[in-house]
Design a protein around this ligand. Structure first.
Ligand code: AMP
Ligand code: MG
Length: 312
C-alpha cells in the first residue's frame, strides 16, 4: 500500500482475489475490474453490505444496482427467465449485457438492490477477475460502477481512487477495462416484450431475432438513467472540429485533439478510451472540454449517449 492512499490497492492475482473474497464475505466493499468498467462489489444478499455501496458512492437510493452472477443457476434463483430471456442469456452471456427481469419472490437479495422495483438487473460478466471473485465468494455480487455518484466511470484502478479513496475497503488492480463503457441494459417483460434501457457494447443488431421481433411501445422504468451523469466537472462541448484556446480537445479520426479516442476512426477503440479521455480532460488545467464528432452508429450510439450526459 502506498503511503498517500487510504484505500489499499492489490494486484488482481490469486492472493489479491482471495483477500477481496474474504472482505466481501464479511460484508465489505471492493472495487474490481470487469470488461465494461470497474465495479464496486458487495454480497448482494446483505442489506448492510449493499447499504455500504450506496453510502460510499453517495448514490440516490432510487437508483437500483446490477447483480453479477457466475452461472445460469445463480441467475435462475434470482429472476424469472422467460423463453426469450433464456435464449438471450445463453447467446450473449458472459458479456457486457444486463437483463432486467421479474424478480423472484423468494430471491435472496437485499431489498435495496432493486430500489423497490419488482424487477432485478442481472449480468454474467466475462472478465476473469470478476468471475474468479464471484466463484470464490460463492454468491452473486451487487456492483455498480466504482465511482462517486455522477462522477466519470472508472476504466483503470487509478480512476477508482480519484473519487473513492478512503471510502472503500480494497481496490483490485486488473489493468484497463477492455470494453470501456457500461453494459447494455435490456428489459425483458413476462410477455417477452423487450426494450433497451441503456445503450452499450451490445447493440440491437447483436440481439437474437426473437428479441428484435418483440420491441415495445410502453416504457419500462430505468431509474438512475438521468440526463445529467458521468460529469467531468467542466463544461463539455460536443461535435467540435477544433479546440478554442481554453479547451481540452478529445479527438477522433481526422480531428487530432490533445487526446485521440482513435486516430484511425475505430469506434471500439474509442469506446475503450472514452472514460480515460474524460478523466484526463478533467485533470487538465484547461477549464473547458470539447469532443470531436463521433458517428452515431454501432457502439458510437453508446459513446454519444455517455458524452451527451457528460455535457448536460
Ligand atoms: P450502474 O451500476 O451505475 O451501471 O447503474 C445501473 C443501472 O441499471 C441503474 O442506473 C438503472 O438505470 C439500471 N437498473 C438496475 N436495476 C434496474 C431495474 N430493476 N429496472 C430498471 N433499471 C435498472
Ligand atoms: Mg454508474
Amino acid at each position: 500500500m502506498s503511503g498517500k492512499n487510504a484505500t489499499e490497492t492489490l494486484y488482481a492475482d490469486a492472493a489479491g482475489i482471495a483477500r477481496a473474497a474474504r472482505i466481501i464475505r464479511d460484508g465489505g466493499i471492493v472495487a474490481v475490474p470487469t470488461e465494461t468498467v470497474y465495479g464496486l462489489a458487495a454480497r448482494a444478499d446483505s442489506d448492510a453490505a449493499v447499504a455500504r455501496i450506496y453510502a460510499a458512492k453517495g448514490r440516490p437510493e432510487f437508483n437500483p444496482l446490477i447483480v453479477h452472477v457466475g452461472s445460469m443457476q445463480q441467475a435462475a434463483a434470482l429472476a424469472e427467465f422467460s423463453d426469450v430471456a433464456d435464449s438471450v442469456a445463453r447467446r450473449l452471456w458472459p458479456g457486457p449485457l444486463t437483463l432486467v427481469l421479474p424478480r423472484k419472490a423468494n430471491a435472496d437479495l437485499a431489498a435495496a438492490v432493486s430500489a423497490g422495483l419488482p424487477t432485478v438487473a442481472l449480468r454474467m460478466p466475462a472478465h476473469p477477475v470478476m468471475r474468479a471473485l464471484i466463484d470464490e465468494v460463492g454468491l452473486p455480487l451487487a456492483a455498480p460502477s466504482a465511482n462517486r455518484s455522477n462522477a466519470i466511470s472508472p476504466t483503470a484502478a487509478v480512476h477508482v481512487s480519484t473519487t473513492l479513496d478512503g471510502r472503500i475497503d480494497l481496490i483490485l488492480d486488473g489493468g484497463a477495462c477492455e470494453s470501456g463503457l457500461e453494459s447494455t441494459i435490456l428489459a425483458i417483460r413476462h410477455d417477452g416484450s423487450c426494450e433497451i434501457l441503456r445503450p452499450g457494447p451490445i447493440g440491437w443488431d447483436d440481439l437474437p431475432d426473437l428479441v428484435r421481433a418483440k420491441p415495445t411501445a410502453a416504457r419500462v422504468e430505468a431509474p438512475g438513467q438521468l440526463a445529467k451523469h458521468y460529469s467531468p466537472g467542466k463544461p463539455l462541448r460536443l461535435a467540435a472540429t477544433a479546440a478554442d484556446a481554453d479547451e481540452f480537445l478529445i479527438g477522433f479520426g481526422p480531428v487530432k485533439g490533445h487526446f485521440s479516442l482513435s486516430a484511425s476512426g475505430d469506434l471500439a477503440e474509442a469506446a475503450g478510451l472514452t472514460y480515460a479521455a474524460l478523466h484526463e480532460a478533467a485533470a487538465s488545467p484547461l477549464p473547458r472540454i470539447a469532443v470531436a464528432p463521433i458517428p452515431e452508429e454501432g457502439i458510437g450510439i453508446a459513446i454519444n449517449d455517455r458524452l451527451r450526459r457528460a455535457a448536460a
